[in-house]
Write a protein that binds this ligand. Structure first.
Ligand SMILES: Cc1cc2nc3c(=O)[nH]c(=O)nc-3n(C[C@H](O)[C@H](O)[C@H](O)COP(=O)(O)OP(=O)(O)OC[C@H]3O[C@@H](n4cnc5c(N)ncnc54)[C@H](O)[C@@H]3O)c2cc1C
Length: 395
């Protein structure tokens, strides 16, 4: 079976890997001219960690990753005002926990299929026509081609979803925050293995020190207006406007941003699709990862869920011997309830990132300090750090 997968982020390459392993013929199409390696540091644990293990990725992920030791909140003068040790979280995840740059996870996953799965960079699906015999796909640049199935793994702003299910506005739930991340060289100061964050009411900037003299930054800010500029210069200008009056290292971080050529900038949103209308599936087309069920940055698990969804979809296609309607139905039945829970949990976490009032900020910092007590850490994160999903074995 020939399967076209749109999007080479995290979900797309993972699905390609498992489909190829199960004897399918995947083709990956990515609109960017090369693999996109931007983004912030992500915490990786739970069932996503188990999939990485099954793909043989763990040694590389552990090598590229970081065992973060501390989350530290500072005030406008850089004084340590709150925080907690990450050790208790690592223990709760039974040591199957690592933090790594999203770009490194993307590169490692892609490394598993590079040269083995047909991959087209710099192109995108323009039209999708389904018939009983297959799917006829027209591309923006390449010649039209026929496939048996099409999978949209093209992220929050999925083209496949728009073409097959309708406009993004029908499915996107904007959570009232914008996020941006970038990386720079030779930034000072450095604090190894510490997430340092400076929070003002409704906005936060965080810094993470990496190997090879690299440093990563993450901005998050509340904004009622969901729109944002598409071009790099205006995105930088918006961040300067938002953080220009900030204390701590804001002025020098904004100077480093001026020199950056790659910036990840997006809304913090969830994608909620309607189970009454086929959820993520229409005929021979289905969706995975953020395209289907974006849980948002607030869940801290988007990449893991993208990998788990890809594993289950590929496995169900194998189990159903290519009977795609059966496989798509099982994939959804099994995975949708789990994802829905994660989306709800993410909403509960919204206030942790950039509390919208002084009182909420005070309580967040107090909560961080209380995490030093083991039973409070268990209470706050215990449920979240152990995925109740039992991964099926498809081989
Ligand atoms: C550059 C980048 C940086 C990110 N940084 C962060 C971060 O710092 N924090 C965070 O929480 N999340 C971040 N994300 C989102 C995070 O990667 C996802 O939430 C999660 O990994 C789910 O992965 P996914 O594969 O479903 O989607 P994504 O990782 O978003 O991948 C989607 C892929 O599809 C491609 N694509 C989009 N439209 C088309 C099209 N029309 N045709 C073909 N290909 C298309 C994109 O270029 C991208 O490579 C980032 C995503 C990207 C692309």
């Amino acid at each position: 079976m020939r399967v076209l997968i749109s999007g080479a982020g995290i979900a797309g390459p993972t699905l390609s890997y498992w489909l190829a392993r199960h004897g399918f013929e995947p083709t990956l199409v990515e609109c960017a001219p090369k693999l996109r390696t931007g983004g912030y540091i992500i915490d990786f644990w739970g069932a996503g960690f188990d999939i990485a293990d099954r793909m043989g990725l763990l040694p590389e992920i552990r090598r590229k990753g970081y065992m973060v030791e501390e989350v530290r909140v500072v005030d406008r003068n850089g004084r340590h005002i709150a925080g907690f040790s990450v050790k208790s979280l690592v223990r709760l995840a039974q040591d199957r926990y690592v933090s790594l740059p999203r770009g490194d996870l993307a590169a490692s996953t892609f490394g598993k299929i590079e040269g083995r799965v047909e991959t087209i960079f710099g192109d995108s699906v323009r039209a999708i026509e389904q018939s009983e015999r297959g799917v006829h796909v027209t591309f923006e640049r390449g010649a039209p081609r026929d496939f048996d199935l099409v999978v949209g793994a093209d992220g929050l702003h999925s083209r496949v979803r728009e073409l097959v299910f309708g406009p993004e506005s029908q499915f996107e739930k904007y959570l009232g925050y914008k996020v941006a991340a970038f990386e720079t060289q030779a930034y000072r100061p450095r604090d190894d293995l510490v997430y340092v964050m400076y929070t003002q009411v409704g906005q936060q900037v965080a810094r993470f020190t990496m190997r090879d003299d690299r440093t990563m930054f993450l901005f998050i800010f509340a904004d009622e207006d969901a729109s944002f500029p598409a071009d790099l210069q205006n995105q930088k200008a918006l961040l300067r406007k938002q953080f220009g009056n900030g204390g701590w290292e804001c002025p020098q971080i904004l100077d480093a941003l001026d020199a950056a050529s790659d910036l990840y900038f997006d809304r913090v949103s969830q994608i909620r699709m309607d189970p009454k209308h086929g959820l993520w599936t229409r005929g021979r087309v289905t969706l995975i990862g953020d395209a289907a069920f974006c849980v948002s940055l607030l869940a801290g698990q988007g990449s893991a869920l993208a990998m788990i969804g890809a594993y289950i979809l590929a496995g169900e296609l194998r189990r159903a011997n290519g009977d795609y309607s059966k496989a798509f139905a099982r994939y959804q039945q099994f995975f949708a309830p789990f994802v829905l829970e994660k989306q709800k949990a993410a909403l509960r976490f919204a206030g942790y990132f950039a509390p919208k009032s002084r009182a909420a900020l005070f309580l967040r910092n107090l909560m961080f300090n209380l995490l030093a007590f083991r039973w409070i850490a268990n209470f706050a994160f215990g449920r979240g750090l152990s995925d109740k999903l039992r991964l099926p074995d498809y081989e």
